[in-house]
Design a protein around this ligand. Structure first.
Ligand SMILES: *Cc1c(COP(=O)(O)O)cnc(C)c1O
Length: 483
């Protein structure tokens, strides 16, 4: 990478980016506590012009890959395009400049928006109860299992086990453990679906819930889901569906109709709110009627005079999981997305997401191993075992994609597929972009056969090569130090 001077190195004494009015004479009261001009002079801040600051931050932003620069096929994460109209509504001052402690009477429009969003999600997923509080998928899961725990405890015992398929997202067993349950793995069958006989063996009246993902993380729709729900309900257990990713079903299938009791929706995946970089998410939770009394408050309700109000204490509420109404900015954006697509638009999202994933599946299956070769839903899981035998691991393939201008897919997940490469193109990519992506993966398969060392040294075009990811995560060095 060309070494650009960082902003501290551009500093020149006396150079300024903005002209501030001179300081007033200090006044009695608050000004006495403000730092004096001399103290500010001692702060080691860079003295730079406005254009230096702008260039510094724009340059930094360009070091990152983003959905606004190219395709981001990160399976399970639904990195779809975030339409800019969401940003327009999210910034409307009537929404962005209010305070959560304003009385309900002053914010009727906002409460109506939240009421409508609760209603739309309820209709889309097929559950009568919705809370918008959880701020991530994982927190939605936590809230959902806590509701189940509260309900079962009231019936006499919280029970001790949660059954979770071996294809589950890592957050599922983590959630079960955090909620005081022992998580028991259910093997997947040879067709990639949950093994019914294994459930028969494992299910007893000490099981609180079966926690599964539909479609599962192999990108396979669980065709026996209704049977699984019946089996669970027969022993008094609940079915939790990890609905982080609703992209294959939105507008087409309502999970509530299949017999599921609780499900979260990642608004930052299916419903296009900004995603990644540790920013705020939204993991709305949908529940069947029998779990509504346990929901965290407040939820938005409407009284007989058509006035919206925040219902703070549901009769058996598990308590709050977030302050106020959750990550409100994301809720506005998800609401905008649903309304701007409408009913037929939502259907076509699912149709195109599934079509795009199957297009990738069929066009690449001669070049990459496909352990579960059947119609997939919104994502497809290949295996890099053939390339691994030639000296190029799945990690090498993923890193090489960066050189071709694409974000790497999810790799080594789900855990049950060796050298897994999990691709989710999403519905927002054009045929032309998906073709370029496929051609890149074909070229990489050729490279693996011709000279796999190219792959092992990738990426060569990125600002940084391979990072020591474990150390970067455990001992991040986020501070500038002079060269
Ligand atoms: C993304 C995802 C989660 C976790 O969602 P977060 O918002 O990152 O907490 C859980 N399950 C599945 C299947 C997911 O794809």
């Amino acid at each position: 990478m060309k070494e650009e001077p960082v902003i501290y190195e551009l500093s020149s004494p006396g150079r300024v980016g903005v002209q501030l009015p001179p300081l007033r004479k200090p006044q009695k009261g608050i000004d006495e506590y403000l730092p004096t001009e001399e103290i500010r002079d001692e702060l080691p801040l860079p003295e730079v012009s406005q254009i230096d600051v702008v260039r510094h931050f724009v340059r930094l932003s360009q070091l990152n890959f983003s959905i606004d620069t190219d395709m981001y096929p990160l399976g399970s994460c639904t990195m779809k395009y975030n339409p800019k109209i969401n940003e327009v509504t999210g910034r409307l001052s009537g929404l962005s400049a209010i305070h959560p402690y304003q009385p309900d009477g002053q914010i009727q429009g906002v409460l109506k928006l939240l009421w409508n969003l609760q209603g739309l999600l309820s209709e889309i997923a097929g559950f009568p109860g919705v809370t918008l509080q959880p701020s991530a998928g994982a927190q939605g899961e936590f809230t959902g299992l806590m509701l189940i725990r509260a309900m079962l405890t009231e019936k006499g015992s919280p029970r001790s086990k949660v059954l979770i398929p071996d294809s589950a997202h890592g957050t599922n067993p983590a959630t079960a453990t955090m909620c005081g349950y022992k998580s028991i793995g259910i093997p997947s069958g040879p067709d990639g679906e949950i093994d019914i006989e294994a459930i028969e063996r494992l299910l007893d009246d000490d099981v609180a819930a079966i926690m599964m993902t539909v479609p599962n993380t192999l990108g396979v729709f669980e065709t026996r889901i209704e049977k699984v729900c019946d089996m669970a309900h027969t022993v008094g257990a609940q079915v939790y569906c990890d609905g982080a990713n609703m992209n294959a079903m939105v507008g087409r299938v309502r999970p509530g109709d299949l017999g599921i009791d609780v499900m979260h929706l990642n608004l930052h995946k299916t419903f296009s709110t900004p995603h990644g970089g540790g920013g705020p998410g939204a993991g709305a939770l949908c529940v069947k009627k029998h779990l509504i009394p346990y929901l965290p408050g407040p939820t938005v309700a409407i009284d007989k005079d058509d006035q919206y109000f925040r219902q703070h204490s549901l009769s058996k509420s598990i308590g709050k999981v977030h302050s106020n109404m959750g990550n409100f900015g994301n809720l506005i954006r998800a609401y905008t997305y649903i309304l701007s697509n409408g009913k037929s638009g939502l259907k076509s999202i699912a149709d195109n997401a599934v079509l795009n994933a199957n297009y990738v599946r069929v066009r690449l299956r001669d070049r990459y191993d496909l352990p579960f070769d059947r119609t997939c839903m919104h994502e497809v899981v290949f295996s890099g075992t053939r390339q691994k035998a030639l000296g190029a691991s799945t990690l090498d393939i993923a890193k090489r994609l960066i050189d071709y201008g694409f974000h790497p897919p999810t790799i080594y997940f789900p855990l049950i597929v060796p050298e897994a490469i999990m691709i989710e193109p999403t519905e927002t990519e054009s045929r032309e972009t998906i073709d370029r992506f496929i051609e890149a993966l074909v070229a990489i398969a050729d490279e693996a056969e011709f000279d796999s060392s190219i792959l092992r040294s990738a990426p060569v075009s990125a600002p940084l090569g391979r990072l020591d990811e474990a150390t970067a995560a455990r001992q991040p060095d986020l501070r500038y130090s002079p060269r």
